[in-house]
Design a protein around this ligand. Structure first.
Ligand code: NIG
Ligand code: FE
Length: 412
C-alpha cells in the first residue's frame, strides 16, 4: 500500500541530517516542518513537501492528518517483555518500606518471575507478550528490543528467545532480540555461580549465536548478580560469537560496569542511576550510548541517572521503558518523556530525540528508523494534540490517533 499523509500541522522529523544520532545541543533540534505532507511508497518514505503539494494517483491511499501532529514511532530499546506472572506484592512491600534488594534476598525479585516463566508454555508466553506489544503500538511504539532473562537455564532461555523470534516474525512491531541469560544466578547454581557462567559461555551463547536467536547479549553487572570478571568473560564470549553487547550498569551500585562496557565497545550501557565521574569520562571518549530508564527510578524511588550532565558533555542519551514486572511495570514511552522532563531536567525536545533516533542508534538501526526522512522506513505516529509539547505535558493520556507501520495504516 502506498500512503500519502497530508495536512500535517507539525511534522516532527527528528532529522539528523544523515548523522544517525543526536548529541549535546543537537538533541534540542527536532527538524520540525510546519504544514507538511509525507508520501510513503512500499514502506519507505519517498517524499516530504508542503501540505497539498504532493499529487498522487488513485492507487495511493490519502490520509488527511487534519492538522494533527506527526512524529516517528517511538523506539523502546530496553525491555524485558516476555515473562509470566506479576509482582504487585513486592510493589506493596516497597510501599511499606522494603527495598528492591531486601525483597530479592527474601525470595522475591527476578527469581520469582523465573519460576513463573519456566512453568509457562511458549504459547502462553507468546499470548502475554503479543498483548503487551499491541498496547505498546497503541501508545506509539513501533520498535521494541526484548530481552530473555527469566529462564536462566539453557532450555528456558532458548524457549524465551524462540518466543521473541516468533513475535519478530509475526507481529507488526519491529523486534530486536537480546540474550540476557546472565540476568541473575539461578537457584541451581547458588553455591557455584562460576559454573553458570561456564554454561553460558560454553553452551548457551554458542547455541544462541549459531541459531541466530539474538542480536545482542546483555548482562546484569551488579553486586550479587555478575561481577566484573564474570561479566567480561560472558561479554567477550558474546562478541566472539558475533553478538553486539549491552550492559545493565551502575543501577544499584557502582563498581565500574560502565567502564567495562566502554572497554568492550558496548553499543549501550543502560540504567546508570549511580554513574560517577569516572564512568562519564569513559563514555565521553567512546561510541557507547547511555540509555536511561526513567520508569525504574520512578517505580523504585531510586536516584535518577545524571541525564543533564550526560547531554551537556555530548554523550548520546537514549530513553527506554525497561518494561519488566519488578522495577518498571510500564510500557508507555510518553510517560517516560514526562518523567525525563520532570525528574531529570531534560528538555522536551531532548526527550523526544532520546526516545526516537537515539533509541534507534542504541539498537544499531539508526539508518532505518527513528526519524522521518526520505529513504527511511515509514513508521509514523499521528497524535491528536495541539503541538508536540502537549504529549509529555498531559501525562498518562494516550493521544495516539493513528499508527502507520512500514507505510501501513494499522487498525488498532
Ligand atoms: O532492568 N536490573 C535488572 N533487571 C531488571 C529488573 C528485573 C526484575 O526485577 O524482574 C531491570 O531493572
Ligand atoms: Fe532492564
Amino acid at each position: 500500500m502506498n500512503l500519502l499523509i497530508d495536512n500535517i500541522k507539525e511534522l516532527v522529523t527528528v532529522s539528523t541530517k544523515g548523522k544517525g544520532i543526536k548529541v549535546g545541543k543537537e538533541m534540542r533540534e527536532l527538524g520540525i516542518i510546519e504544514n507538511a505532507s509525507l508520501l510513503i511508497e512500499d514502506g519507505i518514505i519517498k517524499k516530504i513537501a508542503d501540505a497539498g503539494k504532493i499529487k498522487v494517483n488513485d492507487e495511493v491511499y490519502v490520509l488527511n492528518a487534519d492538522g494533527k501532529i506527526v512524529l516517528p514511532g517511538f523506539v523502546d530499546s530496553h525491555t524485558h517483555l516476555v515473562f509470566a506472572g506479576s509482582r504487585e506484592n513486592e510493589f506493596g512491600l516497597r510501599a511499606e518500606g522494603k527495598t528492591y534488594q531486601e525483597i530479592a534476598k527474601s525470595g522475591g525479585g527476578i527469581l520469582s518471575t523465573v519460576n513463573k516463566t519456566r512453568e509457562a508454555s511458549k504459547k502462553e508466553l507468546f499470548k502475554l507478550a503479543e498483548r503487551r506489544l499491541n498496547k505498546m503500538l497503541k501508545l506509539g511504539t513501533t520498535t521494541v528490543e526484548i530481552k530473555s532473562g527469566y529462564g536462566l537455564s539453557a532450555e528456558s532461555e532458548i524457549k524465551i528467545l524462540d518466543v521473541i523470534n516468533q513475535l519478530k516474525r509475526e507481529h507488526y512491531t519491529t523486534i530486536v532480540p537480546t540474550f540476557l541469560g546472565a540476568h541473575a544466578i539461578p537457584i541451581e547454581f547458588k553455591n557455584n555461580p562460576d559454573e553458570y557462567v561456564e554454561l553460558i559461555c560454553n553452551y548457551i551463547l554458542p547455541h544462541v549465536a549459531k541459531n541466530k536467536l539474538a542480536e545482542f547479549c546483555d548482562i546484569f553487572c551488579e553486586n550479587g548478580y555478575f561481577d566484573l570478571t564474570q561479566s567480561e568473560k560472558i561479554l567477550s564470549k558474546a562478541i566472539n560469537c558475533g553478538l553486539k553487547i549491552k550492559l545493565h550498569a551502575d543501577q544499584l551500585s557502582n563498581f565500574g560496569a560502565t567502564e567495562l562496557g566502554v572497554k568492550l565497545n558496548a553499543t549501550s550501557v543502560d540504567h546508570l542511576e549511580l554513574l560517577n565521574e569516572k564512568g562519564i569520562e569513559a563514555l565521553k571518549n567512546s561510541k557507547t550510548i547511555a540509555t536511561i530508564l526513567p520508569g525504574s527510578s520512578f517505580f523504585l524511588n531510586h536516584k535518577y541517572a545524571p541525564a543533564r550532565s550526560l547531554i551537556d558533555k555530548n554523550i548520546p542519551v537514549a530513553i527506554a521503558t525497561d518494561f519488566n514486572p519488578g522495577t518498571a511495570m510500564c510500557y508507555s514511552m510518553p510517560m517516560m518523556l514526562t518523567i525525563a522532563c520532570t525528574q531529570m531536567k531534560m528538555r522536551i525536545e531532548e526527550a523526544i530525540s532520546a526516545s526516537t533516533i537515539n533509541g534507534a542508534a542504541a539498537l544499531g538501526l539508526q539508518n532505518k528508523i527513528g526519524s522521518l526522512e526520505v529513504g527511511k522506513v515509514g513508521d509514523v505516529i499521528i497524535f491528536d494534540v495541539p503541538n508536540y509539547k502537549y504529549i509529555p505535558y498531559h501525562f498518562s493520556e494516550n493521544f495516539v490517533k493513528h499508527v502507520i507501520k512500514e507505510g501501513v495504516l494499522l487498525e488498532l
